[in-house]
Ligand binder design. Sequence first.
Ligand code: FEO
Ligand code: CA
Ligand code: CA
Ligand code: CA
Length: 648
Amino acid sequence: MQNSCPIDPEDLPSNTSANEHFQDVVERAYSRRGFLKSGIGLSAALFLSGPISAYGAATGKSPQPGTAGLLGFQAIPISTDDTIKIAPGYTATVFAPWGTPLFKGDPAWKADGSDNAAAQARQVGDNHDGIHFFAIEGSSTEGLLVMNHEYATVKKGEYTWLFGADRTGPLTVDKVHKAIHAHGVSVIHIVRTNGGTWEIKLDSPYNRRITAATPMELTGPAAGDPLLRTKADASGKQVLGTFNNCGNGWTPWNTYLACEENFNNYFGTLSGEDTRNAAQKRYGISAKGSAFRWEEFEERYDYVKEPNEANRHGWIVEIDPFDPASTPRKRTALGRFKHENAAYALAADGRVVIYMGDDQRNDYIYKFVSDNTYRKGGDNSSLLDAGRLYVARFDDGDTADDFMGTGQWILLDKSDNPTLSADTSFTSQAEVLIHARLAADAVGATKMDRPEWVSVHPATGEVYVTLTNNNKRTTPDAVNPRANNIYGQIVRWREADSDAAATRFEWDIFVLAGNPIKHTDRNDLASGSANITADNTFNSPDGLAFDSHGRLWIQTDGKYSNSGDYEGQGNNQMLCADPVSKEIRRFLTGPKECEVTGIAFTPDSKTLFINIQHPGEAGDSHWPDGGTAIPRSATVIITKDDGGVIGT
Ligand code: FEO
Ligand code: CA
Ligand code: CA
Ligand code: CA
């Protein structure tokens, strides 16, 4: 079957009107250097490969609502209600909440939360996160919706919602297996009916659940390494399951990338000993019991009994959604850390580049560059098994307080990086990949304010990243300019010669999130950059993606107290930015205590799929079912009432 991705770069040149639009965007992007606060340092502009103009420079003014341009919708105010609110003229419809049966003939989800482990293995998982729509034969009305189920909400060893009324009862083997099945990935064949509503095709052979127990393969340079071998797997190549899949990615050869984030929270010990080595500590393995308590029932999660099992998690997993029998592959060439998402770009020579963030306070941004080139319609199934892994260093570039600078991609290669060659704590390249964080520490990469999603502009190739917050930063630097950064920022960079495989780049800060309601002095960085106003204030940007028209969609996973430093920011939300004018407008607000995450479009850009994760994580929501119902994570389908493109 021939399938297509919503954004295939090879398809762009054939689309004339899109191409003209992109040409305009490219020209303006080359001249886009605006200024956040007072600084006017143009020194970084020396690295620009295009002309500099005064476009948008330092006006300090936000465009008014209704300004012509990419953003056509009317901004909305904050909300603290237990519901979704969206811009006028748009409709949001709940779809495939946790527990939805995926196979024909299965019973309905039990609304008291009492379904067992076997039922959960055939239902949509919990805590929806990254999502992608794989069109079938280019269709915008039929495709495979693939999404991550990051975790199940737990607090102090108790699952908040997963077991319904039995939340306080003793943990049992069936409960642990239910939790294991609530994690992972769903592949859902969906179709839009003539009436305009979307439905799950329950008899489709594509429907699939991948869970924390599904057999998968470790591939690439570290596969088989002694550090990946366990009692159950002497080969070091066969592993059960993926979990804590946060953001996601996709490839133009129609595969899905599930990113393993806080895998450390699943490993602990009942032994009473603390045998952790430096690497286990660096990756955050608990000295005692784990948050999810799986080690109480399955030995492999007890790191004293099985010290290498945790090394088999923290990878990017490639899944072919169009082959339900395919074995998911953990791609070790992309490095092991707390993966947020995986953003694809194509280098000038056709090699594949994957940008990745490591979501931890003071951790790093990486990129993988494949050895071989992408071939449209060819066999790309081992492209992600061979390549080079780099980590980013952000330099100030000058002494101006200008929120821009230059940067370097540092190669993490045992034989090609002199620092790592001389470092005897890494015995092999496999170890560099398995302990990528330690290798990045050794080469002096820049410690960032919690890297979350990365997204690549579909026309300019500029790369944007959300740095969500960092209350552990004590020393500001150029790219992370605030100590105790509670609001976060979005940073962008342009690779040298606009080539994704380049080893040098220039960067600037696109937006410093902040709160001008609470911090009224606009010279105070806590008030945010000039494109933050009382009308669009937010904290903790997390989800981030460009649509194929170049609009930048931003989602938050932050503080929703609506008080103190967060006064006037309301529930978590979704906003949209114009990358040229830097204007940001609020598009949607989520229900209580949720995170808004996941961004996927149909090829015609007229249907947007997002996810609402952990509504009621602190106990105060009944979304989406209302009344006294258990809150449930769910997908939300967004359409424009006039049938138009989302964001216009
Ligand atoms: Fe799972 Fe970094 O958010
Ligand atoms: Ca600078
Ligand atoms: Ca996230
Ligand atoms: Ca998050």
